[in-house]
Design a protein around this ligand. Structure first.
Ligand SMILES: [Zn+2]
Length: 430
């Protein structure tokens, strides 16, 4: 018996036939058909074959999921230098219907981000606004731009508050290079911004900038997590927990910081922020200690993908070759999902991390992250490949997995976009 709305008896524009539908937010986990009309889900049922449809997609053997949400993207193309990728290359062309730019635009550049990036994109583009006036130019390559004097609380609060349709959080960095230069003040200012405007603060952990010539100045990367957490509130997000760089959830003695469990118990969230920082070794350690991330976040950008630098990009920065964002391993959001499966999380958990949980983080659970009749047809279809595949992080750790998820296509408001992104990694047989 199909679950349908009152207008569903007529023909559909599209029927996705026979896929494994998984939508934790709406309690679906079964082989079902999905009928779409007018850009919305009109029916979800065991057999819609008898109803006329303009187009029928046979998706047997695939996973049919709520449109994937990438909580950590860098898509301020042409403004953030080599760092910013095209939003549709990271988004719909990679099977991802919503991307959240982490700290690319600032209060000064947000109007340009809206006009030139978010509005023209086929992908739904949202942002966590940079706490810094300068935003995320060149992936924060020039450390001197990120001091407390480069933060204006009032202007950033005003910008976020005036753009809540686009801005769903604030982004800042808590790492040893910045702490050695300026201490914790930037994070205090960023928390003030986020809490004044009532949005989550997303905090990057793990070394980003090199130490200044004067050294660490009494700072210790292993104390940063426990000093920042007291500044954070329920809903704020700890990012890059499994970083291979100093200052993540696992300290130099190989122990998970004792304060993490209590932080999660009082409602702080954890985003993987996979990308160049991710370490299978440290992820396995934290997961064994019961630290399960809420959201995934691919964290792809121009330094960890292979795309030509935009025309007119300046000559290479002298520190670039040592930049912690660099890495040879190639990623995507679906590859990050495969990583989580390989580490022992269940498919249900991993699907929640890219659908229901990020929708909640964005305060958009009423619109995103769930498949249900009457909702927008925001759907991702993945191939669920079985075999023996090789995954690798930038620490050189190789993991062999028997399951690889690969995007086939997505529907954004009912419009199909095939997963033809040039930055999608190919399957590597083990
Ligand atoms: Zn990032």
């Amino acid at each position: 018996m199909p679950l349908t709305d009152e207008h569903s008896a007529g023909p559909y524009d599209t029927v996705l036939r026979g896929g494994h539908v998984i939508s934790p937010a709406s309690g679906l986990d079964a082989v079902l058909d999905v009928g779409i009309r007018g850009g919305r889900i009109a029916a979800i049922g065991a057999d819609l074959a008898g109803v006329a449809a303009t187009e029928v997609a046979d998706v047997r053997g695939t996973l049919v999921l709520p449109g994937l949400i990438d909580t950590h993207a860098h898509v301020f193309e042409h403004v953030s230098g080599r760092f910013g990728l095209n939003p549709d290359v990271v988004g719909v062309r990679s099977g991802v219907t919503t991307v959240v730019d982490q700290g690319g635009p600032s209060c000064m550049t947000l109007p340009g981000f809206r006009h030139f990036i978010a509005e023209p994109a086929q992908t739904r583009v949202l942002a966590f606004l940079s706490a810094y006036l300068v935003g995320g130019l060149e992936g924060h390559l020039y450390d001197q731009l990120y001091s407390p004097t480069g933060v204006n609380v009032q202007a950033t609060v005003a910008s976020a508050a005036a753009n809540l349709d686009l801005v769903r959080g604030i982004k800042a960095h808590a790492e040893i290079g910045g702490f050695a230069r300026w201490g914790i003040e930037v994070i205090e200012l960023a928390a003030d911004i986020a809490h004044q405007v009532g949005l989550p603060l997303y905090v990057h952990f793990g070394q980003l900038w090199g130490l200044p010539a004067s050294g660490a100045n009494g700072e210790d990367a292993d104390t940063i997590v426990e000093r920042v957490i007291p500044l954070l509130r329920e809903g704020d997000v700890l990012a890059h927990p499994f970083t291979r760089h100093p200052g993540g959830f696992v300290n130099r003695d190989g122990e998970v910081h004792s304060v993490i469990r209590a932080a999660l118990d009082r409602g702080l969230k954890v985003d993987v922020g996979h990308g160049s920082h991710f370490s299978y070794r440290l992820a396995a350690k934290a997961l064994r200690a019961g630290i399960v991330p809420h959201t995934l976040g691919a964290d792809m950008h121009g330094y960890n993908t292979e795309v030509p630098a935009p025309a007119g990009t300046p000559v290479e920065h002298p520190d670039e070759e040592n930049h912690p964002f660099l890495g040879q391993a190639r990623f995507s959001l679906t590859q990050a999902m495969s990583s989580m499966l390989a580490l022992g999380l269940s498919l249900h958990q991993v699907v929640e991390m890219v659908t229901a949980n990020p929708a909640a983080m964005l305060g958009m659970s009423d619109q995103l992250g769930s498949l249900a009749v009457g909702r927008g047809a925001d759907i991702t279809v993945l191939r669920d490949e079985r075999g023996s595949f090789r995954l690798q992080d930038n620490d050189g750790t190789v993991v062999t997995t028997d399951r690889l998820l690969q995007p086939m296509f997505c529907l954004r408001d009912g419009v199909r976009v095939d997963a033809d992104s040039p930055i999608l990694p190919q399957a590597v047989p083990a």
